[in-house]
Design a protein around this ligand. Sequence first.
Ligand code: FAD
Length: 494
Amino acid sequence: MSLDLNRRHLLGSTAAALGVLAMDGLGTQATAATLQGSLPARVDTVVVGGGLSGLVAAREVARSGRSVLVVEARSRVGGRLLNHRLTTGGTIEAGGAFIGPTQDHVAALAAELGVATFPEYVDGKNVYVSKLLGRQTYSGTVPPDPTILLDALLLLKQLDGWAAEIDVAAPWAHPKAKQWDATTLAAYVRGHSVNGAGIINLLKSWTQPGFGADPDQLSLLFVIHYIACSGNETTKGTFNLNADTAGGAQERRFVGGSQRLPLALASQLGDTVALNAAVRQVDQVAGGAVVHTARGTVACRRVIVACPPPLVLDIVWNPGLPAARRTLLQQMKMGRLMKCDAVYETPFWREAGLSGMGVSDNGAVRVAFDNGVPSTGHGILLAFVGGTTWAQFGTLSLDARRAAVLAGFAKMFGKQALSPIDYTEHDWTHERWTRGAPVAVMGPGTMSTVGSSIRTPHGRVHWAGTETSTYWTGYMDGAVRAGQRAAAEVIAAP
Ligand SMILES: Cc1cc2nc3c(=O)[nH]c(=O)nc-3n(C[C@H](O)[C@H](O)[C@H](O)COP(=O)(O)OP(=O)(O)OC[C@H]3O[C@@H](n4cnc5c(N)ncnc54)[C@H](O)[C@@H]3O)c2cc1C
């Protein structure tokens, strides 16, 4: 079966557009152009997972003239990309949202799909809330806390220096890989700064949204590699490229929400995307593979797996996965993260000369962003609640958590923050087919021992998904890159 992408593209786009007009619902968009009825008996390549990475991979395979089928467990495409239509108007993201410099693969995809971006609001001062020092405003990356400032700047310089030495495709090969991988980010900081506890606490404002984890859960090597990945082939990754708004990974957002990317790809792929088709078993047989899904069985030449690492272990593998890969997957844990948004009549903080960006060393809101969308005049504040902050607040009742989040916003931006016109949140630890967010992370002793198996094919099975990317692993850009790389492997293979 070969795929006529242009014809299907047109059909798919039309179907999706009709869906939008009819119901203006994402559910409709997500299913309008997908395969109904039985699955094909045989295709060239089966792609497991209809997130950004799997859909990009499928499109590349289809473009090479080979037949492809995406089998997606959920009743929608997009995986960790999920738009949320606010009752007060406008669309925000429950999952991945921001894009920044050097994320050129996702930027090129968005441009091709006609999905525009707009700059994250950054005018005015940021706010820092500290138990010891109270509330201050500031500009730049590191809050002006004299108890940590010097050590924090030295630490970031050190991390950037090490990141510059790392081969992003083989961090385990660095001469100090074992040494760095024997410790955590927190343990390193504790041993190399005057106020280690203060820096570790402040670093949570970066690690909790970025990894869904705390500094004492992250291998130092893994963190150095993550920083090295925050660049591209011509620009070295740095902490600032990863952590900043303007000039960093939080610089821009997508008009209409990031889920427009997978929705548009699924429209192009049309009825080569099958929803509600969770893969349960993959058998490799002579000359091919057989993929068993909740909607039936498909034979193929090659398989691309594009689901989060821990989810791969839910699948029965015949033959079994190699020991190194199994260990890697067992040790890569999804972070714990939820996004909480409060909507206000107006972005009152802007009028007060504040950017809406805030950092706190305590409470439910360790980091806040202005999450306003240009299509409404409303103000929106976003809090990432991750890692141990998630453990403390993510497990409360909705009312108690809402109160804690609004109190956190109020400490940063004033009492008006206590009276939103809407409040919404999304906890990714509850998602059966993601089981955490934003990324699968590594503690000590994983990357230097079994990390090198991350992209090694298992016979006819190839690995995509953002976690397998060299640059911007963990991000949308990494998902696109990984999908393209896995497709190239499959196209080149006999
Ligand atoms: C809260 C949050 C905030 C984030 N913020 C950002 C950000 O600002 N910028 C950024 O670039 N990135 C961000 N990310 C990360 C970004 O969303 C991901 O890197 C990216 O979307 C991953 O795409 P993927 O295709 O690799 O994986 P996924 O999106 O996880 O897709 C995997 C797919 O596989 C499916 N699947 C799983 N198991 C099976 C199975 N057995 N059979 C069939 N299908 C299966 C899943 O349902 C899913 O659709 C964020 C993520 C979250 C959740």
